[in-house]
Every structure is written in structure tokens, then in C-alpha cells.
Design a protein around this ligand. Structure first.
Ligand code: ATP
Ligand code: MG
Length: 541
């Protein structure tokens, strides 16, 4: 049991909130979700599932400038894809009127005031944590005047930045967030949902707890950087005497070789370092999906890392481990050749095609079998042959024997070369009695290699990915440099390879294992005429 579950179980025992559990996932619709959000989603929805509670999806859309419906749609798609369904969908902007009325209440209670100070003056008044701040000259404005000014702020009588509404708390608090924080600012900006209805917008700290309260949220889970905001969260709901959700903080997920902030991901997209938000190299949920990661692998990863109270960095190889583990169970096997070289079986009959049978997934008998044509001329991987092999090379080399997967044992006899010395064909003999499944098929060889029949393949573009960043911590790798300085220039390599003839864009499985190579999936760039695959992850680390 993790510490959040402990808190919740204690609350249930005490009958707090009528023993209800109600969480929420509150994204700001200013970008696509990333794997860090996936952690938060799994946590919030997982807790509700475990304790028979509910989870709301709330778009935290209090900042009109950066938000967009495109993001709202993508967020919903990503949560559903991860396997979760919210109980109710809300927008913080739905609460603008209520938030405004509550702000008037705080003014009436003498707990909020309109301040004409400039932004610089306000930050000067706040001062530094080690010394008390100074009070604004507008702090003692009368209630009537504050109310009048605040109403006129709403009416649009004042330009941007000319006034703010501040909570009247404590200018000498050691917690800077309590030094009369700003509740409202003037912003004549169009909002993606409320249009031009408002020209004042609530700040995060004022809007968030109140939104939680309106929805009856019991446990408001957020990341560690909000721990220091918690006294303010508590102050607002207490001052307003409304339902008081409990804010609980946990450490945000950081992954090695990854940047994880929407702002930086946006920069990668806008500056075209990647193909878009769903580029398979991006840590966005849509990128991981396009890369061929399964939702279950991501959920298993999120469960395994658990929740921590201290910031830490998780090795991206742990995520890849879960991807392999899940895809091994579900991926359809197929043979593919990425770097072909021709293999000719000299003693195999000409113009003959034999149909062999291969299981689609040895981990899942229900996945059935498929037919693969076999003939005299095959493609094999260049890597599986060496003319002058070192001692421990067990694959094909002159006079050595290997098994062709699902087919026969062969012995290499010689190679053909062009005038430059490049190998143009590898010649071999096959042993008919060694066909897979026949009594003699148990003859021992040290390696089995995959292949495809030259006459019966289709070509495909295959995109091979490496890490997007060259260093484990691109944000802090070197003084004076930014994450952009550590982008891996070779993070995508495109090869034209061969795959089995039966696969098409229309009938493609969601996940493939290219035998002996790795996991792959069809990319959305594929067309009926041209298949495009993404490499998800290699078979082994
Ligand atoms: P970013 O800093 O990447 O822009 P954010 O925190 O601003 O992320 P929000 O849309 O505000 O993004 O986040 C929605 C929810 O997801 C919040 O509850 C936030 O705490 C959580 N979250 C965001 N990033 C992470 C992370 N790396 N690990 C865990 N939870 C996260
Ligand atoms: Mg944010």
C-alpha cells in the first residue's frame, strides 16, 4: 500500500466525506499529454477504481492565451486509449461565474482587495523569504471601494495589467505564496470556450481548490511542486467555508533521456525537431501510441514505479521492459528483412514454391498460424552472414550450417561477388529431411535465422528510432546549454526492407514482432500502396 492509499483508507475508516473517494485529473489544455500525465491518470483513476469511487476529468482552462480545443480533443482520446473513462467532464471555465461571486464574498469579508500596483511593485512588496515583505499602499482600501473596482474590472473599464485582485493574507509569511497572492488579473483575451465574456481571469491557486470543492473532490492529488501552495489551497476553501478537499502531493515522473514539460515538447514540435506531437520519438501518449507501445504496458509501468514523495528519475529502460513484456504476449510474429542479401539454395528445385506454416504467436495458441511461401531464392539479413567469422559467430558462414526458421537446415558453400568485392549472393545446399516437423528435424545447429522468399515479398519503409536525446538528463547536462543542444541527430533512420506478403494496411495487426529483430507497428503514414512501419523497441535491451 502506498502512502496515498494509506491516507485514503484512514479517511474511509473515519467516515470522512461520508467515506466517499472522488479524484480528478485536471490537465491544462495547452498541449498533448505525456507519459508523466499517464502516471497521474493511472494514479487518479486507479485509486477511484480500487476504492469504488469516481474520477472527474477537468480541463483547467483558466489561462485563455495558450489553450485550444485541439488539445481538449487529444487529451480525451489519450485518456480513453489508456483504458480509463471519467465519470464526469468539466471545465474550470464553467465555474468562472461562481468563482467571481466567491471573490466578491472574500472582498465583503475584508479578505481581498484591488491593488493598482504594477507587477514589479508587487514582486518588490513580496520581497524575499528571509525577510517580511511590505504591504501594498492599496491594502487598506475600503470594502465598498474594492467591490466597486472589482465590478468595474469585470466590466472591462481598465486596461490589462492596471489592477489585480489580491487575497489579504500575510505579507510576512515565510511562505511567499501567502504574501497576498493574486486572485484575478485583467486580460482582454478571447477564451476558447467563454469567448469574450470575461476580461478578468482567475489565477491557478484561486481556481483550483475551488473547482475541486465544487465537484466534491475528496482527494486532490498533484505533484510535489504544489506542496508549498497547499496552505493557500486550504486558506481559500476555509475562508469561503466550502467543502474542503485534501490536497496530496507526490513526486512527478521524470524519465531518463527525455524532456517532460509541455512547453519544451511544444518547442520540439514548433521548431520541427520532430514530425509533430505524435512523433514516435516523443514521450507524449500519442507519440508512444504511434510508436507501438500498448496501453497495458504503460499502465503496468505506472503501477510498478508506484508513488514517491521525493523527486527521482526513472530509467527509460524500465518503460521499455514493460513494453516488451506486454508485446511478447500480444504481438503477431512475422518475418522481415531490413538489410537484405540474397541466398540461393542450389539443390532446391527451380520454379517451386512450398507453403510452410508458422505460428502467429507462440505465447497465444488462439492467434493461429499463417502460410509462408518458400523457394529456391531467399532474402536473409546481411548481419546473419560473415565470410570470415570470428570464433563465436554461430550464424551463417562458409561451410557452416544453420536452420532457416520454419524450414530446413542449410550449409553454406560459397558466395558470388561483384567486381568491387561486394557479396551479391550466398550459395548453399539444403537437407530435405531436416524440414521443421519431420523426424530428422532434430539435427542440431547452433543458430536459426529468418528469411523471406525473393519472389513473394513486399517492400516496406521501416523507420528505426533511437533516443531523441544523447544524454540521460538533457535539461541539466551542461551549464549554459539547453536540451536542444543534446538532440540526437540520428534518432530516426529509414530503411527499405522486405516483409511477408500477406500483411496489408487494411488487415494489419496492431502489434508485430519482426522475428529476431524487435517489435514494430504500422505507421499512420502507410498507404494501400506503401507500407510504413515504426520500430517500437528491440527484442532485447
Ligand atoms: P507540464 O509541466 O509538463 O506542462 P503540467 O503539470 O503543467 O505539466 P497539467 O496539464 O497542469 O500539466 O497537469 C495535469 C496533471 O498531470 C496535474 O495533476 C499534474 O500534476 C500531473 N502531471 C504533470 N506532469 C506530471 C509528471 N511528470 N508526473 C506526474 N504527474 C504529472
Ligand atoms: Mg501546468
Amino acid at each position: 500500500m502506498n502512502f496515498i492509499e494509506q491516507i485514503i483508507e484512514d479517511d474511509i475508516k473515519e467516515g470522512k466525506n461520508g467515506a466517499r473517494v472522488h479524484t480528478r485529473f485536471p490537465p491544462e489544455p495547452n498541449g498533448y499529454l505525456h507519459i508523466g500525465h499517464a502516471k497521474s491518470i493511472c494514479l487518479n483513476f486507479g485509486l477511484a477504481q480500487k476504492y469504488g469511487g469516481k474520477t472527474n476529468l477537468r480541463f483547467d482552462d483558466t489561462n485563455p492565451v495558450k489553450e485550444d480545443v485541439e488539445y481538449v480533443d487529444s487529451i480525451k482520446e489519450d485518456i480513453r486509449w489508456l483504458g480509463f473513462q471519467w465519470d464526469a467532464e468539466f471545465f474550470a471555465s464553467d465555474y468562472f461565474e461562481q468563482l467571481y461571486l466567491w471573490a466578491e464574498q472574500l472582498i465583503l469579508k475584508g479578505l481581498a482587495y484591488v491593488d493598482d500596483s504594477t507587477q514589479e511593485e508587487i514582486s518588490q512588496q513580496r520581497g524575499v523569504p528571509t525577510k517580511p515583505g511590505t504591504e501594498s499602499p492599496f491594502r487598506e482600501r475600503g470594502i465598498e471601494e474594492n467591490l466597486d473596482l472589482f465590478r468595474r474590472m469585470r466590466k472591462g473599464e481598465f486596461p490589462d495589467g492596471s489592477k489585480v485582485l489580491r487575497a489579504k493574507i500575510d505579507m510576512s509569511s515565510p511562505n511567499m505564496h501567502m504574501r497576498d497572492p493574486i486572485m484575478y488579473r485583467i486580460l482582454h483575451a478571447e477564451h476558447h470556450r467563454t469567448g469574450n465574456q470575461w476580461c478578468i481571469y482567475p489565477m491557478y491557486d484561486y481556481a483550483h481548490g475551488e473547482s475541486d470543492s465544487i465537484e466534491g473532490i475528496t482527494h486532490s492529488i498533484c505533484t510535489l511542486e504544489f506542496e508549498i501552495h497547499r496552505p493557500l489551497y486550504d486558506w481559500f476553501v476555509e475562508a469561503l467555508e466550502i467543502h474542503h478537499p485534501q490536497q496530496i502531493e507526490f513526486a512527478r515522473l521524470n524519465l531518463s533521456y527525455t524532456v517532460m514539460s509541455k512547453r519544451k515538447l511544444l518547442q520540439l514540435v514548433q521548431e520541427k525537431h520532430v514530425m509533430g506531437w505524435d512523433d514516435p520519438r516523443m514521450p507524449t501518449i500519442s507519440g508512444l501510441r504511434r510508436r507501438g507501445y500498448s496501453p497495458r504496458a504503460i499502465r503496468n509501468f505506472a503501477d510498478t514505479i508506484g508513488v514517491a514523495k521525493r523527486d527521482n528519475v526513472i530509467d527509460v529502460s524500465l518503460l521499455e521492459f514493460h513494453v516488451r513484456e506486454d508485446l511478447n504476449k500480444v504481438a503477431e510474429r512475422t518475418m522481415a528483412i531490413l538489410n537484405p542479401v540474397k541466398l540461393v539454395i542450389d539443390n532446391y528445385p527451380e520454379n517451386t514454391t512450398e507453403i510452410l506454416h508458422a505460428v502467429n504467436n507462440p505465447e497465444n495458441p488462439d492467434a493461429g498460424t499463417r502460410e509462408i511461401p518458400f523457394a529456391k531464392e531467399l532474402w536473409i539479413e546481411q548481419d546473419d552472414f560473415m565470410e570470415n567469422p570470428p570464433k563465436k559467430f554461430f550464424r551463417l558462414s562458409p561451410n557452416s550450417e544453420v536452420r532457416l526458421k520454419y524450414a530446413y537446415i542449410i550449409r553454406c558453400t560459397h558466395v558470388d561477388k561483384d567486381t568491387d568485392g561486394n557479396i551479391t549472393a550466398i550459395h548453399c545446399q539444403y537437407f530435405p529431411e531436416t524440414k521443421s516437423g519431420l523426424p530428422d528435424s532434430n539435427r542440431k545447429v547452433k543458430a536459426t535465422i529468418h528469411w523471406l522468399p525473393v519472389q513473394h515479398v513486399q517492400t516496406a519503409e521501416i523507420r528505426l528510432f533511437d533516443r531523441l536525446f544523447l544524454v540521460p538528463d538533457p535539461d541539466n547536462a551542461e551549464e549554459g546549454k539547453t536540451f536542444l543542444d543534446f538532440i540526437n541527430p540520428n534518432s530516426m533512420k529509414i530503411v527499405n526492407g522486405f516483409i511477408e506478403p500477406h500483411i496489408s494496411k487494411e488487415n494489419a495487426a496492431t502489434y508485430y514482432q519482426f522475428e529476431r529483430i524487435g517489435y514494430f507497428c504500422i505507421d499512420r503514414d502507410a498507404t494501400p500502396d506503401k507500407l510504413v512501419f515504426n520500430k517500437t523497441v528491440s527484442l532485447k535491451q
